[in-house]
Design a protein around this ligand. Structure first.
Ligand code: FAD
Ligand code: DHB
Length: 400
């Protein structure tokens, strides 16, 4: 049976970045990925996130995978809040001295794969991990199925589950608890060949519901509408989507329609698994925790987990020191709960609530925010990632 140091399940941003960083330290990591490379790089189902915190951009730059991100991504100083028929600009650079970077997750996954394979890294595409054996021994073993249907095994020193929100591997953590919150909303998302509504993102609150105006480039817009979780995509023909997006801008800006490239519905929920490791088995990214998308935190949190586990594994392999591995859950839960708090705050601030009392409180909160530089500072420091990725940038050595 083949022996390796670290076996990673999932070639999402979390699994790929960890493998790449470990390889730079001479640690042999193999990534098992159920889907094909083409699916990861081009499927409309994998468009996903668009906002990188300041710290996430820095981590990726230091890791040596940021060339295209820096050339093609868009640096934004802040965001707009749309409400009461106006746009309020929050300038994060003035408020907290840092901005954000707009770059699609799918492009980032392409970059990570290209760089990792380019230095001889190993990603086994279309190899689904199906079981974990010998969990509480020094050599946990990953069982996988090849594209031809054969069963293979990797005998590892550590196993990492980075297999996304539908993770089948997190079940291997014994005695786990799941803390969950289901929000009574869903997001209808579109990607369209249409210029974005503004040069920076607009988070628009309207009595009819929340709408988000984002982008992937100056000619590709990515927009979302708050809808009831029971709604069906068939009930939202293109004209209705554009009308509703413009209605929720309240006249403060305008979005021009263009051909749709993708349309999806995402229910909104949050959950955190505790603990996130057991012995030599670790859970990272969406496999261990999910936030509602309003704060743009999911991908950024996954990168925080990578930094924590990378530091702990380096201490183990270079200094024979295991105490950072033992602290993994504790260290990760700190940034995870900070992001759950901020995502909850943004979600309940911006989405129309059914309870008339709660709804009036929400509008009062929004007007307070518009007048309070202190509250704007709270939003800004969380949005750019001062409590998440920015804390971990220095853990990543700069690659030449
Ligand atoms: P994933 O990207 O889900 O990767 C997991 C990988 O594991 C997949 O490739 C999967 O095929 C593979 N896999 C699963 N099971 C197996 C198995 N058994 N064997 C082998 N491989 C397996 N986050 C932000 O930070 N900012 C945003 O603006 C943002 N917007 C979002 C908008 C939408 C509509 C959605 C859906 C998400 C958004 N997110 C955002 C969240 C972000 O996309 C996720 O947090 C991120 O993908 C997590 O990365 P990951 O590597 O943990 O998991
Ligand atoms: C995008 C998604 C988000 O959830 C968010 O808060 C901001 C931007 C996006 O897909 O561009």
């Amino acid at each position: 049976m083949r022996r390796i140091q670290v076996g990673i399940v999932g070639a999402g941003p979390a699994g790929l970045l960890l493998a790449h960083l470990l390889r730079q330290e001479g640690v042999e990591a193999v990534v098992l990925e159920a889907k094909s490379r083409e699916y990861l790089e081009t499927s409309p189902h994998r468009i996903r996130a668009g906002v990188l915190e300041h710290g996430a951009k820095e981590i990726l730059r230091r890791a040596g995978v940021g060339d295209r991100m820096l050339a093609r991504g868009l640096g934004h100083k802040g965001i707009y809040l749309g409400f009461d028929g106006q746009l309020l600009h929050l300038d994060f650079e003035t408020l907290v001295g840092k901005g954000i970077w707009v770059y699609g997750q799918q492009y980032l996954v392409q970059d990570l794969i290209r760089h990792h394979l380019g230095v001889g890294g190993e990603v086994l595409f279309e190899h689904e991990a199906v079981d974990l054996e010998d969990l509480h021994t020094p050599n946990p073993t990953l069982v996988y199925r090849t594209p031809e249907g054969r069963i293979g095994r990797l005998r590892c020193e550590f196993v990492v589950a980075a297999d996304g929100s539908h993770s089948s591997f997190r079940r291997f953590i014994p005695g786990q608890r799941v803390h969950e919150k289901v929000y009574p909303f869903a997001w209808l998302g579109i990607l369209a060949e249409a210029p974005p509504a503004a040069e920076e993102l607009i988070y628009a609150s309207h009595p009819q519901g929340f709408a988000l105006f984002s982008m992937r480039s100056p000619s590709l817009s990515r927009n979302y509408l708050q809808v009831d979780p029971r709604e069906r995509l068939e009930d939202w023909p293109e004209e209705r989507i554009w009308e509703e997006l413009n209605l929720r801008l309240g006249g403060a800006a305008e979005i021009r329609p263009g051909p749709l490239l993708e349309k999806s519905l995402t229910p909104m929920r949050a959950w955190v698994v505790e603990p996130l490791h057991s012995g030599r088995f670790f859970v990272m990214g969406d496999a261990g925790h999910v936030v509602p998308p309003t704060g743009a935190k999911g991908l950024n949190l996954a990168l925080c987990d990578v930094a924590v586990l990378y530091r702990a594994m380096c201490a183990f392999y270079k200094e024979g020191e295991a105490h950072l591995l033992d602290r993994y859950t504790q260290d990760v839960l700190r940034h995870v709960w900070q992001a759950e708090l901020f995502s909850y705050w943004m979600t309940t601030l911006l989405h129309t609530l059914r309870d008339p009392f709660e709804e009036r409180l929400r509008v009062a909160k929004l007007r307070h925010l518009a007048e309070s530089p202190l509250l704007q500072g709270f939003l800004a420091e969380n949005y750019v990632g001062l409590h998440t990725t920015v804390r971990y940038v220095d853990l990543i050595p700069v690659q030449p």
